[in-house]
Design a protein around this ligand. Sequence first.
Ligand code: MOS
Length: 729
Amino acid sequence: MKNKKILSRQDGRAKVTGAAMYTADYHIENLVYGVLVGAEIAKGTITAMDTRAAERSPGILQVITHLNPVDVPGYASEKEAMEGAASGNPLHILATPEIHFYDQPIALVIADTYERALDAAKKIKTQYDREAHKTSVKAAEAEGRLPAGERMKDYVRGVADGYKNAEVIVDEEYYHPIDVHSPMELANTIAHWTATDKLHIYTKTQGVEDTQRVFSTLFKIPAENVTVDAEYVGGAFGMGLRRWPYELITIAAARKIGRPLKVVLSREQMFTNVGHRPETKQRIAFGATKEGKLVGITHQATANTSPYYDFTEATLMMTQYMYACPNVTTRYRIVPLNISNPIWMRGPGEATGSFALESGLDELAYKLKIDPIQLRLINYADQDPVKNVPWTSKFLKECYEMGAEKIGWKNRKMEPRQNREGDWLVGYGMGTGTFGSSRAPASIQAILNPAGELYLACSVNDMGPGTATMMATIAVEQLGVQQENITVKIGNTNLPAGPTQGGSVVATSVGAAVYDVCLAVKEKLIDLAKAQGHVLTLENVTFQGNMLQLTGENAKTINVADLLSNANLRHIDLTINSKGPEVKGSKYSYSVHFIKVKVHALTGQIKIDHAVACADGGTIISPKTAASQMIGGAVGGIGMALFEDLVFDHRFGKAITNTLADYHVPVNADIPHVDALFVDKKDPVSNAMGTKGIGEIALIGVAPAVANAIFNATGKRVRSLPITPEKLI
Ligand code: MOS
């Protein structure tokens, strides 16, 4: 990483001083406030609602229920509703008396202050006709069915269930409960109709362009009439990838009452209304030779969806391509439960799938008495076994090596319970991660002024990884501008169109666009210089923000200010659209996670002692923010392994760990030192810099690494997350 520019966060000061404006921070004249009231049954029908006391409360403007529904033109037909809702949540709340899940909004109470709306919301009385509900995949697994459409059909390579013919077999079931994103910043929307057909919204989203498309479709107005603002996003982990019913109803209600309206979900509603990682039961079976060569893998998963949409995720994809294995079978099933729709949560399906795949492989390693890393190397896929094409780049062996060295893998004992420090049992575990690395089109505007100050703009969002910093880093390297002279504008539909922040695509896509626009700026400067009599080419110039330094026999300095004023230009202003090349081959990122754990022999207390996250994410653009991505992913993975669990009281179909006090996530005391290591080698096709994504691989493979380390320490194989102390004693 020699000569690499290492920038601190472009928006760090704004964030820590409170200057950063998150969407709910905006105030608009005449703003009113809405509070959503949730259903108190998990399935059934509303038979009566008494809203009179609420309506008589001070400051109340309106109470909206299914009895006086708001108008959403795009919901006139189910087809339009599905298209408008963009494969997430075609549930029109407050439109019918039907209840699909506990805490489904049944009323929106609008008042002149938030407190008055909250007070009135408590006065609504509702009666229901209850029906039997389902809130457990475990209980309803037998009802699992194929999702609608072709995408998730069963996959067979070679012989179906070919593992059965092998000498050595491991066949086990794995389980994890519902995990919830619940980021620090609550879901929130401010809807402001500036004219009857013009909408301005501030809303928590990972994609302003997608949000604009969905709401312009549903309200049947031109896309350019919808402005979406989300400059700062206080975490999302995937819950901002889809538009939610509460957003739609906020926008419709704002139009009905003719006032700008703000709705912020409560923390409890964050656990019930804006997505989750679905509860998943998996079965994984491996067949291998005594030497460790895989003969067959069968991997099955059954996960929950909602009653109104077939949500699916790529739980079984990794198993299809990760290892060289002639016979692979995968079967994916879903069970509709009376829970709101799931949505991808960081690492999404691959994080779930890797728990079974990488834990199961660990079980096989013990059975064969082969080192788990060695077992993976024996079955290393030198090309994509699904498509039979080469990888564009794969530096996974390097990840195994550097991680093993850093964690001290040589100190691991092959047999469990052999490593002890007093009452503490010590264990080592590892797990592999992988995720497709794709590149989306991105447009960027760049303005360079005579003083060498640069403005970069793209509509892309940043939910936290540091998109603006990544963009600034490329500009510093390419144009020699100083970080303090760079202004980056993101997160608004008025800016050139960028991708949604999701699926680990942003650094590769927007990064490439920044690189390309910087190149266009350089070429423009060179053209200006040539037109003014200078002799130069791209190769013999270094750019230093406000000047060009020529090397070689024509060595001299040219001021950008002179170039511009001689050409009668105030600045250089270019907007380009950057698209990826046609990719031949399969393009994936890889990670290996290593965990050293200590488990108390008497109490089962678990202490993560050391975590090492190694990534092949191609070239690393911004070392600081990339490392913080990897650390954040490790924390998320440790949470998935040891803490997170949306517990239901199935008698009522109600989520009961629906606060941050009850739903456990790791705190500082739970997290040891995390080393983030990068191979940092170029992918030859992704873009000029050679980047691949790291957002998802930061988490994929962490949970099995923790589970495998705990087995190595204790000899106890826990196949059901979270792994809590009582499961170890
Ligand atoms: Mo990520 S689950 O693609 O936000």
